[in-house]
Design a protein around this ligand. Structure first.
Ligand SMILES: [Zn+2]
Length: 349
């Protein structure tokens, strides 16, 4: 199985993370990628560097204004007098959390500070001098993985960091800037008429849901911790089923806080049944490991071995499958989680 990763994805190194009103240690550290590469090594897989695709793939699911904002954010920030170490919003525009509100107007503010608040939706998406390069490379890693599938591979792994599934068409939140899974799924549509995305990150894949919410050609499914009292709070509920032509093509399967492997697998059985009924031609697995019991910001109780069962379930669909890395912040757990997932996923191939 081929895997993809660009070393420049490790340049993004957030310095500030706010939780419960105070600065706490950053969760999305570059060390995460070392651990995940370590898991690949256990399987004899060495990741390849993706080609330099540029912003073209990202622009297939994101607005041009948003991509341009990300691309130029640091150079604009660096011109501010007495600026801090990272681009951070200080204004928070109101916008409906309703997923059927698929698009919002262009940012009415011409000033950069207003745009920071418009495009960076919370305090967990700081951008330092090298962040854009890492964001772009992560999107290229997803694109290269999709291209491997398009070229005939039955499976590939895209080690994306920063993650992507919270990124909407025009907004970054939750450690996510460009939506790598969505970019990959859209690219797979170039050959496959129906693509399914199953997201098992502990957080609802709200950005992925929003991007495809009005479309019947990409089925989006997310299994995650109940958002009633957990991020992203405003979406991820079972009654969000798609809108317009996309009605019936989104499935949210929230799990009760404290749920473990059995509950995850039961939800995946439902997900797999739905993917089969949909008649998917290809699968994107948005693979987070923050459902692990030791994750510092998760609310579920999976063990590393449970991700092996998740891998087996994904493999049982028998589809061409691109695995895209999402979250997972238990730095001592994620290597075993990916190792276990790959063992389960590859066991019958
Ligand atoms: Zn997550």
């Amino acid at each position: 199985m081929r895997a993809f990763y660009h070393p420049e994805q490790a340049l993004h190194s957030p310095q500030q993370f706010m939780r419960y009103g105070r600065f706490v240690p950053v969760k999305d550290t570059p060390l995460r990628t070392e651990r995940l590469i370590g898991a690949l090594a256990r399987h004899g897989i060495t990741p390849e560097e993706p080609a330099a695709y540029g912003t073209g793939p990202a622009l297939t699911v994101h607005t041009a204004a948003f991509v341009r904002f990300l691309e130029t954010a640091w150079e604009n920030w660096a011109q501010l007098p007495d600026h801090g170490p990272e681009v951070w919003p200080q204004y928070f525009p109101y916008w409906s959390g309703r997923p059927e509100d698929a698009t919002r107007p262009d940012c009415p503010a011409k000033g950069f500070i207003g745009q920071v608040g418009w495009y960076l939706g919370d305090l967990s998406v700081p951008m330092g001098p090298d962040s854009w390069l890492s964001i772009l490379r992560a999107s290229e890693t997803a694109t290269a993985g999709a291209d491997a599938i398009l070229a005939g591979d039955r499976a590939a792994y895209a080690l994306c960091r920063p993650s992507g599934h919270h990124a909407r068409a025009d907004r970054g939140t939750g450690f996510c800037y460009l939506n790598n899974s969505a970019i990959a799924a859209q690219r797979l549509r170039g050959r496959f008429s129906k693509v399914a995305i199953i997201d098992v990150d502990v957080h609802h894949g709200d950005g992925t849901q929003q991007i495809f919410y009005t479309r019947p050609d990409v089925l989006t499914i997310s299994v995650h911790g109940d958002p009633t009292d957990f991020g992203p709070y405003y979406t991820g509920y079972a009654n969000e089923t798609g809108y317009g032509a996309g009605e019936g093509f989104n499935l949210n399967l929230p799990l009760t806080p404290g749920a473990g492997g059995d509950e995850m697998i039961a939800a995946l059985d439902t997900a797999i049944e739905r993917v089969r009924a949909f008649g998917a031609d290809a699968l994107v697995v948005a693979l987070g490991f923050d459902a692990h019991r030791d994750d510092p910001i998760g609310i579920l109780k999976l063990d590393a071995k449970d991700f092996g069962s998740v891998g087996s379930k994904m493999q049982s669909l028998g589809l061409a499958t691109l695995i895209v890395q999402e979250g997972g912040y238990g730095i001592d757990a994620i290597q075993d989680c990916l190792d276990s997932f790959l063992t389960g996923f590859r066991s019958k191939r």
